[in-house]
Design a binder for this molecule. Structure first.
Ligand SMILES: *Cc1c(COP(=O)(O)O)cnc(C)c1O
Length: 370
């Protein structure tokens, strides 16, 4: 009944987690924020837990509550920090905030004192992102702060700015700054590496790795072959096939013009499904700027015109006429159309493709075999 079919391979997800754990050689968590990068918290988390994952990271308290419901024994951290007045919610669900300022630390310490229990939390030091976390100089004096005795500092963490760029000098600078803070708090387990961080030549694995994107099939080493298995596949279906005469346009605002007679398939997904409108193909048939592609009957075909809300058009002229018909499947993510490639063609990153995957798709899950 749905216009798009989203296939999520939980076996590949579990294999990717094991692969990252083996590459890191230390305890490996899973970052499952944004509904497990679009794949679905309620299915992804149990599959990861069965593979052996014990620690999960989300962005929001609401996501953490969903993880707790399907992972009763897991350790769950909330990356976005402690919003004022939310301590009791953390305690009620046995969740851990990632504390990134003196105000947050003071609030968690006061709550722990009032409850007479040293509740666990992570400490976040900002080594270059300028986003969340204590400054490095505040991090270096953290060990002397009395509040650290009121609660349980269970993890010390920081986050890479550009770990996917292996020769970016910022990587070494961040590792050095983080190591300096870590040396003042040697008893607290430390965590720095995201997906790409795990593959850095400096091996900044510390005590806990924190991959997200690579679990879901994204390439953590964009300059080399992708070591991960694909997790997500997306298909739409051909609603209509038509011939477009030379000089005619396709789609809203007539931004794509057929230079010769072209055959166009109208397919059942659009931007309301989470397929980015920025993948629209503008210009002339055969000479558009970078734009979306689909695979039809084994043949890679360009988009034609603007992506609309519920539909998009694909130029299928190069597919033999008899090989396609109304109702046939069209692949949007799968094979050569990796999430990284789909992101590139839409002028964005694969992360945004995954986390935009829409709620309108019919989802099917392939179970993990181990
Ligand atoms: C999202 C996030 C991660 C995971 O990053 P990936 O690049 O998806 O592996 C790790 N740590 C923090 C703090 C994050 O925000």
């Amino acid at each position: 009944m749905a216009g798009g079919l989203l296939q999520i391979d939980l076996d590949a997800l579990a294999s990717n987690w094991r692969r990252l754990r083996d590459a890191a050689g230390v305890e490996t968590s899973a970052v499952v924020k944004a509904d497990a990068y679009g794949t679905g918290i309620e299915r992804a988390v149990p599959a990861l837990a069965r593979a052996g994952c014990r620690t999960f990271f989300v962005a929001h308290l609401s996501e953490a509550v969903r993880v707790r419901a399907v992972a009763l024994d897991a350790t769950i951290y909330v990356l976005n920090g402690l919003l004022p007045g939310s301590c009791a919610h953390y305690a009620a669900h046995d969740l851990r905030p990632v504390l990134g300022s003196h105000e947050e630390i003071a609030e968690w310490a006061a709550f722990s004192r009032a409850q007479g229990h040293r509740f666990p939390a992570a400490l976040h030091v900002d080594t270059g992102m300028n986003r969340l976390g204590l400054t490095v100089s505040d991090g270096l004096t953290l060990a002397g702060r009395p509040e650290l005795k009121d609660f349980e500092p269970a993890l010390l963490m920081s986050h890479f700015v550009s770990a996917e760029e292996q020769d970016n000098p910022l990587n070494a600078q961040q590792i050095e700054a983080f190591t300096a803070v870590r040396n003042t708090l040697p008893k607290i387990p430390a965590s720095l590496a995201n997906s790409s961080g795990i593959f850095l030549p400096q091996k900044p694995h510390f005590d806990l790795a924190r991959p997200g994107y690579a679990l879901y099939g994204g390439n953590p080493t964009p300059d080399a072959e992708n070591p991960m298995q694909a997790v997500v596949g997306l298909e739409g279906r051909i609603v209509q096939l038509r011939w477009v005469e030379a000089g005619e346009t396709v789609g809203y605002n007539g931004r794509w013009t057929a230079q010769k007679k072209r055959r166009v398939a109208t397919v059942s997904i659009g931007y309301a499904d989470g397929y980015p409108r920025s993948a629209s193909a503008r210009g002339h048939s055969g000479e558009t700027a970078l734009a979306g592609m689909a695979i039809v009957a084994g043949q890679a075909c360009s988009f034609a015109g603007n992506v609309s809300m519920d539909l998009l058009a694909v130029d299928v002229t190069d597919v033999p006429e008899a090989r396609i018909a109304r109702g046939d499947p069209v692949t949007f993510i799968g094979g050569a159309l990796t999430v990284d490639e789909v992101g590139r063609r839409a002028g964005t990153i694969g992360y945004e493709i995954l986390t935009s995957l829409g709620s309108r798709y019919h989802r099917t899950y392939r179970e993990a075999t181990v």
